[in-house]
Design a protein around this ligand. Structure first.
Ligand SMILES: N[C@@H](CCC(=O)N[C@@H](CS)C(=O)NCC(=O)O)C(=O)O
Length: 238
């Protein structure tokens, strides 16, 4: 199997952390060809990574891939020992994925001051701040998201909090983690876990690469080329 993935993709990072924690060695990690271009969307209609390639059978969506990997590699389990424990892990996972990561991902283009829309920042940034407060009441107090061990919830929260720490200040929202004492303690602790640390080092590598591309102008060129290619593909099909 292959996981189409990218260093800076938080959704891919969530699955990578699970792969590392479970010790899975027969999934290769690849940056997909044509990512962001019409050809990628032709082959993968949602047009996003991660995608798990199972001998040509393409599975999109990080949550779906994560659950699939749990089903086919049940040990070590990153779910609960009872259905209720698993439900709790999934609730925390959803806070990471839907309530934090999705808003952060949609917010990230607003880090560029020249094109910032303050209404979008207030809406999505406000949601992240509210959801971190909720997480503060629900998160484990022993260095893990829940159950006192690494679970799928940690895999979702680690890239989500990476985005909060590294992207939110760039839209003017400071200290969103620090004001939530339990989230702050969790964030300090989980970074010492070897699988989280490996995933975070990849995310930081991706962020540095992206910042360099923005500085040297290549990111804008790639985005402009992708927009032109999508417009041409739309014209060709209408
Ligand atoms: N709900 C999807 C979201 C995946 C997603 O948004 N991936 C981003 C990278 S982190 C992407 O591929 N973006 C490309 C695009 O928006 O065209 C999942 O959980 O896998």
């Amino acid at each position: 199997m292959k996981l189409y993935s990218g260093d800076l993709s938080p959704y891919s990072a969530r699955v990578r952390m699970q792969i590392y924690a479970k010790g899975i060695t027969d999934i290769t990690l690849e940056r997909p060809a044509h990512f962001g271009m019409p050809k990628f969307r032709e082959d993968h209609p949602i047009g996003r990574i991660p995608v798990l390639d199972i001998d040509g059978d393409m599975m999109p969506e990080s949550e779906v891939i994560a659950e699939y990997l749990e089903a086919i590699y049940p040990e070590p389990s990153m779910l609960g020992k009872t259905p209720r424990e698993t439900a709790h892990i999934r609730s925390i996972t959803r806070i990471g994925d839907i309530y934090i990561m999705n808003n952060m991902f949609m917010l990230s283009p607003q880090t560029r001051a020249a094109t910032r829309n303050q209404g979008i920042v207030d809406l999505l940034g406000g949601q992240v701040v509210r959801n971190l407060k909720a997480l503060d009441k629900m998160i484990g107090r022993d260095g893990f998201a829940c159950r006192g061990r690494l679970t799928m919830a940690d895999c979702a929260l680690t890239p989500a909090l990476f985005l909060v720490e590294n992207v939110l200040p760039a839209v003017g929202i400071e200290n969103a983690i620090a004001v939530n004492a339990n989230v702050a303690a969790y964030w300090a602790a989980i970074q010492t876990n070897e699988h989280a640390a490996k995933t975070l080092s990849e995310l930081h590598r991706g962020l540095e690469e992206r910042r360099e591309m923005i500085r040297n102008g290549s990111f804008d060129k790639i985005m402009a080329a992708a927009a032109a290619a999508h417009a041409a593909a739309e014209t060709a099909t209408t």
